[in-house]
Write a new protein. Structure first.
Length: 191
């Protein structure tokens, strides 16, 4: 089964970051699919960026696939000095382990632009090979919109103070009522 909705975003990104076009639409009508051309492969230092632009998750990171759900991870902004790319990324932690590395996104979910106006693409070395905390300089915790599915178990007060896990129990809400959590309320296995 294929999740692809033929939005062509991956094709457009590859046109922007590669010299020649190596993939596109093959077939017509109901049989149309996006694929590489015969005897060609997407072999570029920036090919992992097609993962960030896919709106439905049809393209995934092999190192992250089936390891965890996104809402069980904690996103953190980080950077490193990289000769190939901007090096500004979002690290996705579960405990002390970095599960995935993605480009930073703007408020619309698109790859964020840098100060000079260029897209903030990251290279495959930063994305796939640098999965240790000591490879990065941590900039701070990523602000997660409270309406996002990723915000489960990540709470912020109206003043911007962050609560996580058991810290939330007994905290006062804006209208004065207290938060009461039942047994297993914050257990990620309790779905």
């Amino acid at each position: 089964m294929n999740r692809c909705i033929l939005c062509y975003r991956c094709v457009k990104v590859c046109e922007q970051i590669t010299d020649g076009r190596v993939h596109g639409v093959i077939g017509r009508g109901d049989h149309a699919e996006i694929s590489t051309y015969i005897e060609q492969a997407i072999d570029n230092d920036f090919s992992g960026n097609v993962i960030d632009v896919c709106p439905v998750g049809a393209l995934t990171d092999r190192t992250f696939r089936f390891k965890s759900r996104v809402w069980y991870t904690k996103p953190v902004e980080a950077h490193r000095n990289c000769d190939k790319c901007c090096g500004k990324v979002r690290l996705w932690y579960q405990g002390e382990e970095i599960l995935r590395v993605t480009a930073r996104k703007d408020e619309f979910g698109e790859v964020a632009k840098l100060e000079n106006g260029e897209a903030g693409w990251i290279c495959n070395e930063c994305r796939f090979e640098k999965k240790h905390t000591n490879d990065w300089v941590i900039d701070g915790v990523t602000h997660v919109d409270r309406h996002s599915v990723i915000s489960a178990n990540h709470y912020e007060s109206p003043e911007g103070e962050r609560f996580e896990g058991k810290q939330l129990e007994g905290a006062a809400l804006p209208h004065g009522e207290k938060v009461e959590l039942g047994v297993g309320a914050l257990d990620p296995n309790n779905v």
